[in-house]
Design a protein around this ligand. Structure first.
Ligand SMILES: [Zn+2]
Length: 83
């Protein structure tokens, strides 16, 4: 879904890495044609290191609103509609 053939991964920081209130689901663009980087940066700017986050196959818990805003083609209107 990225602009340059990137895949988007859904990750959540593990319990203990951050406080419960920050354990939101981030969207992270994964470069498909490059070696794995040492860390990944979520759409919202959060830096995620290997071992600190769990990969999700669906959103569970709170999504990161900044990541959603960055990824949604509908922009802020989508979130407004979602309440
Ligand atoms: Zn985020």
């Amino acid at each position: 879904m990225g602009e340059h053939g990137e895949a988007l991964a859904l990750v959540r920081l593990r319990r203990g890495v951050v406080g419960e209130s920050r354990r939101v689901c981030h969207l992270i663009p994964i470069p498909v044609d490059q070696p794995a980087p040492t860390h990944l940066t979520a759409l919202c700017g959060e830096q995620v290191y290997p071992g600190q986050a769990e990969l999700l196959d669906r959103i569970c818990g709170m999504p990161c609103q900044l990541c959603l805003l960055q990824s949604s083609p509908l922009g802020a209107g989508f979130l407004t509609a979602a309440g």
